[in-house]
Design a protein around this ligand. Structure first.
Ligand code: ADP
Ligand code: MG
Length: 397
């Protein structure tokens, strides 16, 4: 990786401003229902504490209006959970204007190894506008900036990009892992490199398909987006998810794969139902025999066998997009089979995309993968080959 990390700079005695992704799910009473993201930030925070930094954490949570304090979006519950996880007090600066009285007072009094958390960055409109004045205010609290929030790295906000103009800026462990694993897979992979794409829509993945076709040895397409490709091949798809305005694009990509020598694999059979319902009656049909009144909701058994065979011997696999409507158990079979196939691969396996990550976790294969990206949108933009503003802003080695 060509960006500096926390290990490349002196942190002892310094006020270190760390952008985390504490955007955790909560129930209606504000209880945190999944603290994975808080746990994900612990390695960076613990390193900074152990090395005598004064740690000032910041994050957004949800979508507040940007006009000051809103209890519903306060980071107070995160501060409490973080205190428990660190087994150490985390000071919380309860300021509606984020860099307010409390934040200034607490940060000025921090001792080496102590930790504080600022209030929700998005209480201030300037955050998402990447406002210079707000970025300067944030920067005024610290002497060094660390970005460890991969999930927002694709956004140029005051806390992800703007602040880096006023402080030395380095990557935390989470971001470092994301860009080293995914960067290697895209730029210098162990081959064969195979991408599996699925999920809902071609239109969400235009840039991903296009960029991956430049890199991979094989491209496997399943999920909802496959039917637009099936249609592009001249077959009928009934009531399956179809983006009529993307058929030409699909044809272009089929041609591109040919000209690049990339083996492109589409489903050969599919599980169809007449209704989009968990308990809908379903059956398997060949891909060229989808009835006019039915929709494909999962890949079929022959397709599973084909994809499994094509995955054998892969040295790097990038997977984005479930193979079917995995939220309904009857249509999770294909996604589960692919997750299992990946778990048996002797090589690097990378999961990108929000729903793909939850599918792999839900199906129990999370710990069998090399890397599950922590940022849905950010990982997609990374796979598109785009430079993420939150990473571009960090200092080069
Ligand atoms: P990711 O978040 O991993 O990038 P997407 O958001 O593109 O993935 O796609 C996930 C969604 O795609 C899931 O909600 C899943 O139900 C849906 N999906 C997968 N296959 C189909 C299908 N055949 N028909 C309709 N929806 C599908
Ligand atoms: Mg999604």
């Amino acid at each position: 990786m060509n960006k500096k990390t926390i290990e490349d700079v002196e942190v002892r005695g310094k006020k270190v401003l760390v952008r985390c992704d504490f955007n955790v799910p909560q129930d209606s009473e504000g209880n945190i229902t999944d603290d994975t993201r808080i746990r994900g930030a612990l390695p960076t925070i613990k390193y900074l504490m152990a090395n005598g930094a004064k740690v000032i954490l910041m994050s957004h949570l949800g979508r507040p209006k940007g006009v000051g304090y809103e209890k519903k979006y306060s980071l107070k519950p995160v501060a409490d959970r973080l205190s428990q996880l660190l087994n150490s007090n985390v000071y919380f600066a309860e300021d509606g204007d984020v860099v307010g009285e409390n934040a200034k007072k607490i940060s000025a009094g921090l001792k080496d190894g102590e930790v504080m958390l600022l209030e929700n960055l998005r209480f201030v409109k300037g955050e998402t506008k990447n406002d210079k004045e707000f970025a300067k205010k944030l920067a005024s609290l610290g002497e060094l900036y660390v970005n460890d929030a991969f999930g927002t790295a694709h956004r140029a906000h005051a806390s992800t990009a703007g602040v880096a103009e006023y402080l030395p800026a380095v990557a935390g462990y989470l971001i470092e892992k994301e860009i080293s694993v995914m960067g290697k897979a895209l730029n210098n992979p162990d081959r064969p490199l195979i991408a599996i794409l699925g999920g809902a829509k071609v239109s969400d993945k235009i840039g991903v398909i296009n960029n991956l076709l430049e890199k991979v040895d094989k491209l496997i397409i399943g999920g909802g987006m496959a039917y637009t490709f099936v249609k592009a091949m001249g077959m009928e798809v009934g009531k399956s998810l179809l983006e009529a305005d993307k058929i030409d694009y699909a044809k272009e990509m089929i041609e591109k794969a040919k000209s690049k020598g990339v083996k492109l694999l589409l489903p050969v059979d599919t599980v169809v139902a007449k209704e989009f319902k968990a308990d809908a009656e379903h059956s398997v049909v060949d891909i060229n025999s989808i009835p006019a009144d039915a929709m494909g909701l999962d890949i079929g058994p022959k397709t599973i066998e084909l994809f499994e065979k094509e995955l054998k011997g892969a040295k790097t696999v990038i997977w984005n997009g479930p193979m079917g409507v995995f939220e309904m158990p009857a249509f999770a079979v294909g996604t589960r089979a692919i997750a299992k196939a990946l778990s048996e691969i002797d090589g690097t396996t990378i999961i990108g995309g929000g729903d793909s990550a939850s599918a792999v976790k839900q199906l129990g294969y999370a710990d069998k993968m090399t890397h599950i990206s922590t940022g849905g949108g950010a990982s997609l933009e990374f796979l598109e080959g785009r430079e993420l503003p939150g990473i571009a802003a960090l200092n080069d080695k």
